[in-house]
Design a protein around this ligand. Structure first.
Ligand code: 75Z
Ligand code: MG
Length: 214
């Protein structure tokens, strides 16, 4: 049967990247997406903004919602200090399988716990399952209509502490209007928009960084 786009992306990584070299994995995926097939990775332009926020926060605990093929997982994991707890959640088993292989190819498998499932089911169990009290950094890149319900779950289950940083992808395209309205109007967050473009295109998109004030 015909291969899937994630499987073709994995082949491109195995062919063009150097095992154990996260930078080469990132470059191989970006090359594939620019010259072969567009795919919904955060990409190089927004990826640089992601890198700068992760570096600034230097988190001890990280949650990513929306692993997809593991591109942003590799971008984040390569910047983390030893001993950081990093959980990434993927809903689609086929994507998760490709992501595991791409993360392992980059040599970062020991830094990441990839969980398959729905964010709404997992978030209430994270404390119990992974012994995490609060997340220092959360990257939202999953289904766009889950951003708002999930940030409310973070609040409800006490997963945010004073200074926790949430970074949301695609707030313009495909767009997360209800989430934006919430974080920009809530007194509990300080929000800032980072203008950019939809990965590998000239279409407007951007990242919203929200600091939880406690
Ligand atoms: O849908 C996206 N990303 C979501 C993947 C995912 N990977 N895992 C999940 C998950 C994980 C746990 C979940 N729990 C509940 N829903 C869940 C969904 N979602 C997405 C789409 C686009 C896009 C833009 C323009 C277009 F013309 C077409 C597409 C661009 C992007 O940057 C994206 O991130
Ligand atoms: Mg995205």
């Amino acid at each position: 049967t015909r291969s899937t786009r994630p499987q073709r992306m994995l082949k491109a990584v195995q062919k063009n990247a150097i095992r154990g070299n996260p930078e080469s994995v990132i470059s191989a995926i970006d090359y594939f997406c620019k010259h072969s097939e567009w795919a919904m990775n955060v990409g190089d332009e927004k990826g640089c903004i992601l890198d700068s926020v992760v570096t600034e926060v230097d988190p001890s605990t990280v949650l990513e919602l929306g692993t997809y093929c593991g591109y942003s997982t590799v971008r984040i994991a390569r910047l983390l200090s030893p001993g950081t707890k990093f959980i990434t959640v993927e809903f689609n088993p086929a994507s998760a399988e490709v992501a595991r292989k791409i993360i392992a190819y980059a040599g970062l498998q020991d830094k990441v716990t990839l969980v398959e499932g729905a964010s709404g089911d997992l978030i209430p169990q994270i404390k119990k399952l992974y012994g995490i009290t609060t997340f220092d950094f959360i990257f939202l890149d999953h289904w766009k209509d889950r951003y708002l319900p999930d940030i409310k779950l973070f609040e409800e289950y006490g997963l945010l502490g004073k200074g926790s940083v949430l970074l949301a992808d695609n707030v313009i395209c495909p767009g997360t209007p209800e989430y934006l309205e919430y974080v920009r109007n809530s007194p509990r967050y300080e929000s800032r928009y980072y203008p950019s473009h939809l990965e590998y295109t000239k279409v407007e998109d951007g990242l919203e960084k929200s600091l939880f004030l406690g």
